[in-house]
Design a protein. Structure first.
Lengths: 291, 397
């Protein structure tokens, strides 16, 4: 029973972080209709920002959220404004080719990181990096628990923003029907720029929260882009509620397969779920909940 | 105009070449080196390359091979057996080397050894540790480092004399190195009466090892043996601490557990972790400490057993070249078989035992992280600090 509960806790805590990674991607997916394949690489950039702030200025990773999120917001805005939006205007290029552009951006970001920081492994060690609280024999990693709380808070703020504010409503409108939204007087191009910024800021938060418990090197982005992709498909493209459930499902699936099947199957299980969802539930969890 | 440029160019060229030869005159002797200089194993290739260069410069400065300097011909194997094979073919056919050394990963070393045997060029293996490399009866292949099955030799005697464990859990990364190492160790445990409770592989680069560690914790092994690369090793230890998982001891099987990066990334979770090791600068071998200090001074980073193997390899090659009756591959091979010398890596003598041929036999060591420093703790006669055992629980530190 202890093994089961501990696995459950590990899965849920990790799922919270995954949800945050997936949320950014699904938001971008909804508004722009493309998968952002540089998502993990943006997270890598945020992790380097956090590392530099911690290592050279001694700023705690949680405080540096205040810097890493805005700077990644800015990076996302610039990428959308100067690299992705111009592609839309060239008629000979299909809009879908923005996806290829994101792959390129991801590679450039990785190589820039390698150029500046080399391929060495880096990590941020804080007093709480390997601390744990015990509740009835079950260990809760302090850093992961804090990350989980932050993830829930940020998700809450995002929902409030999407439902209550004008800008949030505009984003939802463009997500539901871009052309109709434009006819209603919404500047779709500006909305796309803002959405890309918010998506990048969300994944930046995930990266910053992950760094105290994990490590960092330039090629770290790829596996997380893949996970974000699986979560987005699992939750249903463009569905924010779906992304949360997708993240939790993936976290739990990875944890339980490691405990009960063997850890070498951990990566495989995510992709098996991916294929099964595409085969039997092509719309993802969204098609069940209609949210 | 062209002529002036040409003249200038030749002058500079001649000046540069003679600058290199000024310390040891005469025709250089070419020695081939095969190493992973790019790719995933480049970090290890770099340590070995630096050590080879250091060794050659010292040898040439003190007169070279009877007045002739050694010229290192480095080839990159990129960590792939097929590239390694063509690298040694190039060294033999184009550069006409009469002896080859190097070889980091086991699979590359195996391919290079086969080619060396086929072309009848002596090959001194620096690291490549799979047992089968020296078990083929190849008479042109020599190995300075111990085979992988002997890495935990010191650990086994420590277990038998001090810990006396009954059960073990083995965790390994899911690669050829991890799989073969864990298989060998499981067999050794079974034969000494230690029960292997579980042998679990994992995919390198995982975020969360807790599900795996929970399972290991529930099995309550006396000790845990791990074969991992640096960052996985650090995470395994950090998360064991988080879970308050307290076996009698944690032991690493060399590789990631002896590098300085392990301690800096695992932090206090690295404390009191044991590991198998092949060398340390504190061993009573002449020059070991100097080699370590010189390396640190020149490259600004500490060296470890891979570097010592490379540094010693070039000295063994130089010794054989000096003694060779004639400078042909056959002459060098014969000189190598008669090698009996002291290096910073330990005494080198190529002997045949069990199925192995022309294999250098060396003791291995058990090291332990104590206050962030890697201390040799077993066998007792070379220990730099007494071992800390039993280790107190995480919560009581």
């Amino acid at each position: 029973m202890e093994v089961f509960l501990q696995t459950l806790v590990a899965g849920i805590l990790k799922g919270g972080l995954y949800a945050l990674i997936g949320l950014g991607m699904t938001l971008i997916m909804g508004v722009m209709g493309i998968i952002n394949l540089a998502h993990g690489q943006l997270m890598m950039v945020a992790m380097y920002v956090t590392f530099v702030l911690f290592h050279y200025l001694g700023i705690d990773p949680y405080t540096s959220l205040l810097i890493s999120m805005p700077s990644l917001f800015l990076l996302g805005v610039l990428i959308q404004k100067y690299l992705l939006n111009p592609l839309m205007k060239v008629e000979s290029i299909l809009p879908e080719n923005q996806v290829l552009m994101t792959v390129g951006i991801g590679m450039v970001l990785t190589e820039i990181a390698r150029f500046i920081f080399t391929s060495n492994y880096l990590s941020v060690k804080t007093s709480y990096s390997s601390a744990a609280i015990f509740v009835g024999g079950i260990s809760f990693s302090v850093a992961l628990t804090i990350a989980f709380i932050f993830a829930c808070t940020l998700t809450g703020i995002l929902f409030w923003f999407l439902i209550k504010t004008d800008l949030g409503r505009s984003i939802r409108a463009v997500s539901q029907d871009g052309e109709a939204a434009q006819l209603m007087g919404i500047n779709a191009e500006r909305i796309k720029v803002v959405t890309m910024g918010i998506g990048s800021a969300l994944v930046a938060a995930a990266g910053t929260l992950l760094l105290p418990i994990y490590y960092l090197f330039p090629d770290i982005g790829g596996p997380f882009t893949r996970r974000a992709f699986v979560i987005t498909i699992l939750g249903g493209l463009g569905s924010t509620v779906g992304a949360i459930f997708g993240g939790l499902t993936l976290g739990l699936a990875e944890a339980f397969s490691s405990t009960y099947m063997g850890m070498e199957f951990e990566d495989m299980i995510g992709l098996v779920i991916f294929v099964l969802v595409l085969l039997f539930l092509p719309g993802g969890l969204k098609s069940l909940t209609k949210v | 105009m062209n002529r002036i440029v040409f003249c200038l160019f030749t002058t500079v060229l001649v000046a540069l070449v003679s600058l290199g030869l000024v310390l040891a005159a005469g025709d250089p002797i070419k020695v081939g080196v095969v190493l992973p200089l790019t790719g995933e194993q480049a970090k290890f290739g770099e340590i070995e390359k630096n050590s080879f260069v250091m060794g050659v410069e010292e040898i040439n400065k003190s007169g070279g091979i009877n007045g002739r300097p050694i010229d290192l011909m480095m080839e990159d194997d990129t960590g792939k057996p097929d590239v390694g094979r063509s690298a040694i073919e190039k060294l033999i056919s184009q550069d006409k080397v009469i002896v080859v050394t190097g070889g980091y990963s086991s699979s590359v070393t195996y391919a290079v050894s086969a080619a060396a045997q086929q072309r009848k060029i002596p090959f001194l293996v620096t690291t490549g540790s799979a047992d089968k490399i020296t078990e083929q009866g190849w008479d042109y292949v020599f190995r300075i480092g111990p085979p992988v099955s002997e890495y935990p030799k010191a650990l086994n005697s420590f277990l038998a004399e001090v810990v006396k464990p009954k059960t073990v859990a083995i965790l390994h990364e899911n690669t050829l190195f991890g799989q073969s190492g864990s298989k060998e160790f499981a067999q050794q445990c079974e034969s000494t009466g230690i029960k292997v409770l579980m042998k679990e592989g994992y995919e390198a680069g995982a975020v969360d090892f807790k599900p795996l560690l929970i399972k290991v914790k529930a099995a309550k092994p006396d000790f845990v043996y791990m074969i991992s690369y640096i960052m996985d090793a650090a995470l395994l230890m950090r998360q064991s601490k988080e879970l308050n998982f307290n076996p009698k001891l944690f032991v690493g099987g060399g590789a990631g557990f002896t590098l300085p990066e392990f301690a800096s990334n695992a932090g206090d979770a690295a404390e009191y972790v044991f590991s198998a090791d092949l060398w340390s600068p504190t061993l009573p071998y002449t020059g070991a400490k100097e080699y370590f200090d010189n390396y640190l001074k020149r490259f600004n980073t500490p060296t470890e057993y891979h570097g010592a193997q490379a540094y010693s390899s070039i000295y063994v090659v130089a010794d054989a070249l000096k003694r060779a009756k004639e400078l042909t591959p056959e002459g060098v091979r014969e000189a190598l078989t008669a090698t009996d010398m002291m290096t910073v890596f330990g005494p080198v003598k190529f002997v045949s035992y069990e199925k192995k041929k022309q294999q250098n036999s060396l003791p291995t060591y058990l090291v332990q992280w104590q206050k962030g420093v890697l201390e040799t703790v077993w066998p007792k006669n070379v220990a730099t600090k007494p071992y800390v055992f039993p280790v107190s629980e995480w919560s009581q530190r």
